[in-house]
Write a protein that binds this ligand. Structure first.
Ligand SMILES: Nc1ncnc2c1ncn2[C@@H]1O[C@H](COP(=O)(O)OP(=O)(O)O)[C@@H](O)[C@H]1O
Ligand SMILES: [Mg+2]
Length: 150
């Protein structure tokens, strides 16, 4: 487990960008935390670190999935408005979760049963107006390795 405190939006992005450098094809990040806790900001950083266009990263309000192309493709799921898992099944989520891109899932706890057993869980907590606690919880050895090298 690794705990970080971020005191600005920029810092949260930088943390995402730094993590992106370590990621490999097939990696899955499970993001959890309340609305406004910084998940999408973090994904923007990931995109930058992966050489994708950071500007393309939006909260996919009515879209469950967005993709950004860089060194690796990022599959960005935002399940805030997910009604039931059938919606994910219709997209064919497994092709993304177990494909060659990097998959990052906001509100991952809504589909706990569908998440790959091995993943890097990232929990966001609002501590103050600009203060966020970011906790990385590795599920599986490959993710524990990332945290050692972070
Ligand atoms: N340290 C911080 N890290 C991330 N976001 C922050 C931070 N401080 C303030 N914010 C603000 O909090 C909000 C986070 O929004 P967002 O990333 O969309 O949250 P989520 O995707 O978790 O709902 C943004 O308005 C951002 O400017
Ligand atoms: Mg979001």
């Amino acid at each position: 487990m690794m705990k970080l405190i971020s005191t600005s939006t920029k810092q949260t992005r930088d943390i995402g960008a730094k993590l992106a450098k370590l990621l490999k094809p097939g990696d899955v990040l499970a993001l959890a935390g309340n609305l406004g806790s910084g998940k999408t900001v973090f994904v923007k950083g990931l995109a930058r670190g992966m050489g994708c266009k950071e500007r393309e990263v939006l909260s996919p309000t009515f879209v469950l999935l967005r993709q950004y192309t860089g060194k690796l493709t990022i599959n960005h799921f935002d399940l805030y408005r997910l009604k039931d898992i059938c919606q994910l099944e219709r997209i064919g989520y497994e092709e993304y979760f177990y494909g060659a891109g990097v998959t990052v899932v906001e509100w991952a706890d809504r589909v706990k049963e569908a998440m790959p057993q091995e993943n890097l869980r990232v929990e966001f907590k609002i501590l103050g107006e600009e203060k966020r606690l970011i906790q990385f919880i590795p599920k599986g050895r490959r993710y524990a390795d990332y945290l050692r090298r972070f």
